[in-house]
Every structure is written in structure tokens, then in C-alpha cells.
Design a protein around this ligand. Structure first.
Ligand code: NDP
Length: 450
């Protein structure tokens, strides 16, 4: 009889948990995974994937407008939210099915239910106790709702994907990834959108030029951007409208809308999991504290992905999951390199970035050279669209190494993914310059900036 029921018991079938489980099974481990919602986690079910689909949908409104400059006559386009939602739901169901199939094909036992840690080798799930040599916490994160009267009347990104109809007037609270992405989605789909952020510029943590450029583009896109604006309360009026009171530098102003969306951050989903009682240390946000290999203060309990409160991005969680499986079952202790992780915001226009911002580079050294280009995308010449693209390289003046690359403009995420290879590889500005451009593209600017 084996000492434990399983070698690995994973809590949470999102990107990180599924990858860790499948790779562990591939190394010969006996693996079970528990999920209390839908297999696929935030990214597949209520995050990256459905968000990207909505982003595509939203962009068509501009495409129809732009087509006129290229000789097309487009009739009056009509949009159906129920049709989009149904198509999106079908796609998510298909992907969930693929995830389940991949788990089964890998020999991972799937258990529907919420698992709670009982002790360092035991979980309680679906009414029974299960033991494992290693436990993996991969429960992800959950939207944070600030505490103000009427916050319960607001939606978060979770509910935004499930709306039965498209709100005509939307107030989005927050200035991070989700806030600017959904502001663009609702605007593109035809809603009147106010974006209220408490700070002085959206996308804190991004390069300051990127933040300033994006905020201009958001306003050009028709989004009513309110800075230094904090929600005080939300109430429902008799006709169903929501009245949100926003405190700004000018005083408290009412906003009557059909939906208020809170995009005020996400917190690690650790509550009620029994982790602290088992000896796992959590940080101030509830994130599981792990060492570079993904292990917690309890040697048999590990964690990967958003729940560790490090970089909340799917590809990072996937890396962490695979690394943990290699460490525990592959005989190859593996750390994940969290430096120079490229990232993108699917706002309209989108943002792509990798490496250091100018501010970060200057904080570390006086020897920094910056190359910047701002230009009208070629497509905008005939379409007449009032839009500018920003591209920026941050270079170490001593070594000539490219420390960071930043872009706001069409295709920025696609372009930065390629540039990220050069930044990760430590290439110099001279090597960027030696690379012959592809003309005519926007991307060529990254090898022609002088
Ligand atoms: P972010 O941390 O990016 O942004 C949260 C925003 O809410 C910030 O602007 C923050 O302001 C503001 N905020 C926080 N608390 C309050 C409050 N009480 N009242 C008013 N405003 C508040 O979180 P998101 O939820 O947008 O996204 C979570 C994470 O998920 C991201 O950081 C990212 O890692 C990941 N993600 C990635 C995406 C992608 O790859 N494209 C897309 C979506 C999410 P302040 O800046 O002042 O703190």
C-alpha cells in the first residue's frame, strides 16, 4: 500500500494547477486535481480568453468606420450582445472540454469540489479526506470590492462576462489592466463610458510616457477619463438606473449609469483554505509566501500562479507549474526567472511592454539613453482616424544593452512579444540597429530609432 493516496494533490484547475498536474503526471506521479468551479480557471473562463474575444468584437466598430476611407460603403452596422455572448460561451465551453480531456489523457484524476487543507498531507474534498505526498495550492485570485455603500450593486469582471444585455452607460472604477481593457470593450461596443481612477495617471507601474500616451488615446476613443476620482457610494434609483457618487478634486459629482464595474484589483484566493492552520505563511494581501522553487514554509505544501501574489499572468503561472513539477518529480530543481516578463494590456489601442521603464532604469543608473518615436499609424492616413502610436526603447548608455521596450498602438502585444526575445537575450541597441527593417510596418520603428 502506498503511504499516500496521491503523490500530488492540486487545488485549483487553472493555468498553473493544470500545467503542474499534467507535467507531474508525465514524470510518473499519481496526481489528483480539485476544482470547485470550471476547469480552466480565470484565464480560460473569466479572464484572458473571453476578454480577448470581447476585445476583437469591440474593435469592429472602428474597422467599419475606417473602411470608408478605403472606398468601402458599409451599411449601418448592428451589434447583438446576446449573439456575441452566446458565441463566447460556446468557445469557452469548448476550451474547458479540451482542458478536461488533456487532464484525463495525462492520467490526472479530476475531482469536482472545493478542497480544504486539513494538515500538511491531507485535504478534505467532496466529503472525504484524501492524502498526498505533496499539496499544490493553485487557487488563483478573485476581484477585490472596495468597501463603500452600494459596492454590492456593482459588477466586477466576473459578472461583466455574464451580462444578459449590454449596459448603455457604464462607469468603470480603477486604472489598472482590467479597468482600461473593459473601458475599451464597452466603448467599442457602443456604450457611453466613464473611467474613474483615484490616482493621477492610469496604469501605475507602466512607463510614464506609455501612461500619458494611453490616457490621451482613451480620451480620443471617446472614454470620459476622470483622474483623482474615488467612488463614495452607489444607489439604485426607482427606474433601475444606478447613481454613483464620485469624489473628485472639484467635489462630489453624481453619475447616472446602467452599470458600475469595479476593476479595483484582485486578491489571492486563500480565504478558508486552511492554509495558515497548516503552517503556511501568507503575506499581507493573503498571498502564499513561497521560495524560488514554489515551496511554502511547510515543505510538503507548494503554490504557483496568482495565489502567490507575484506576477499575475497566465504564462508565468504555467512556467511556475511546470517548474514545480520538474522540481518535485523530475529530479531537476527549477526556479522560474521572473525578470523581463513581457506583458500587454488589451486596451484600445493596446499596450505592450518588456523590461525596465525609463523611471526604473534611471532609478538604478544615471547612464540611461531613451529613444522614442511617436507617429500616425499608416492605416490612419486613409481612414483619417485620429490616433498616434508610441514606441520607446530604454538603453543602458554604458553597455548599450536594451533594458526596456514599450509600445502603445495597434498590434503592440504582437510586436513586443518579438522584441521581448531581444531584451531577454540582452541585445544591444547596435544589434537592434543592425537588424534590417520590414517595410512598411510599425514594428520597423524598433530597429530604425536613432
Ligand atoms: P490592477 O492591480 O492592475 O489595478 C487595480 C486598479 O484599481 C489600480 O488602478 C488601483 O489603483 C485601483 N484601486 C485599487 N483599490 C482601489 C480602491 N479601493 N478604490 C479605487 N481604486 C482602487 O488590478 P486589475 O484588477 O486590473 O488586474 C489584476 C491583475 O491581473 C493585473 O495586475 C495583471 O497582473 C492581471 N491581468 C492581466 C491582464 C493582461 O495580461 N492583459 C488583463 C487583466 C488582468 P492604484 O494604482 O492607485 O493602486
Amino acid at each position: 500500500m502506498p503511504e499516500f493516496d496521491y503523490d500530488l494533490f492540486t487545488i485549483g484547475a487553472g493555468s498553473g494547477g493544470v500545467r503542474a498536474s499534467r507535467v507531474a503526471a508525465g514524470h510518473g506521479a499519481r496526481v489528483a486535481i480539485a476544482e470547485d468551479h470550471r476547469v480552466g480557471g480565470t484565464c480560460v473562463i473569466r479572464g484572458c480568453v473571453p476578454k480577448k474575444l470581447l476585445t476583437y468584437a469591440a474593435h469592429f466598430s472602428q474597422d467599419f468606420e475606417d473602411a470608408a476611407g478605403y472606398g468601402w460603403t458599409v451599411g449601418r452596422p448592428e451589434f447583438s450582445w446576446p449573439a456575441l455572448k452566446a458565441a463566447k460561451d460556446r468557445e469557452i465551453e469548448r476550451l474547458e472540454g479540451i482542458y478536461r480531456k488533456l487532464l484525463a489523457q495525462s492520467g490526472v484524476t479530476e475531482i469536482d469540489g472545493r478542497a480544504i487543507v486539513v494538515d500538511p498531507h491531507t485535504v478534505e474534498v467532496a466529503g472525504r479526506r484524501v492524502t498526498a505526498r505533496h499539496l499544490l495550492v493553485a487557487t488563483g485570485g478573485w476581484p477585490v470590492r472596495p468597501d463603500f455603500p452600494g459596492a454590492d450593486l456593482c459588477i466586477t469582471s466576473n459578472e461583466a462576462f455574464e451580462l444578459s444585455e449590454l449596459p448603455k452607460r457604464v462607469l468603470v472604477i480603477g486604472g489598472g489592466y482590467i479597468a482600461v481593457e473593459f473601458a475599451g470593450i464597452f466603448r467599442g461596443l457602443g456604450a457611453t463610458v466613464t473611467l474613474a481612477y483615484r490616482g493621477d495617471q492610469v496604469l501605475r507601474g507602466f512607463d510614464d510616457d506609455v501612461r500619458a500616451h494611453l490616457s490621451i488615446e482613451l480620451v480620443r476613443h471617446g472614454i470620459d477619463l476622470r483622474l483623482h476620482a474615488v467612488p463614495e457610494s452607489v444607489e439604485r434609483l426607482s427606474d433601475g438606473t444606478l447613481r454613483a457618487m464620485l469624489r473628485t478634486s472639484a467635489g462630489v459629482e453624481p453619475h447616472e449609469v446602467d452599470a458600475v464595474m469595479l476593476a479595483t484589483g484582485r486578491a489571492p484566493a486563500t480565504r478558508g483554505l486552511g492554509l495558515e492552520a497548516a503552517g503556511v505563511v501568507l503575506d499581507a494581501d493573503g498571498g502564499v509566501v513561497v521560495d524560488p522553487f514554489g515551496s511554502t514554509a511547510v515543505p510538503s505544501i507548494h503554490a504557483v500562479g496568482d495565489v502567490t501574489n507575484r506576477i499575475a499572468l497566465t504564462p508565468v503561472a504555467i512556467r511556475e507549474g511546470a517548474a514545480l513539477a520538474a522540481t518535485l518529480f523530475g529530479g531537476k530543481p527549477t526556479r522560474v526567472d521572473h525578470a523581463d516578463v513581457a506583458h500587454a494590456v488589451f486596451s484600445d489601442p493596446p499596450v505592450g511592454a518588456v523590461g525596465l521603464t525609463e523611471g526604473e532604469a534611471r532609478a538604478a543608473s544615471d547612464a540611461v539613453t531613451v529613444f522614442k518615436a511617436t507617429f500616425r499609424p499608416m492605416k490612419a492616413t486613409l481612414s483619417g482616424r485620429d490616433q498616434k502610436t508610441l514606441m520607446k526603447l530604454v538603453v543602458d548608455a554604458d553597455t548599450q544593452r536594451v533594458l526596456g521596450a514599450h509600445m502603445v498602438g495597434p498590434d503592440a502585444p504582437e510586436i513586443i512579444q518579438g522584441i521581448a526575445i531581444g531584451v531577454k537575450a540582452g541585445l544591444t541597441k547596435a544589434q537592434f540597429d543592425e537588424t534590417v527593417a520590414i517595410h512598411p510596418t510599425a514594428a520597423e520603428e524598433f530597429v530604425t530609432m536613432r
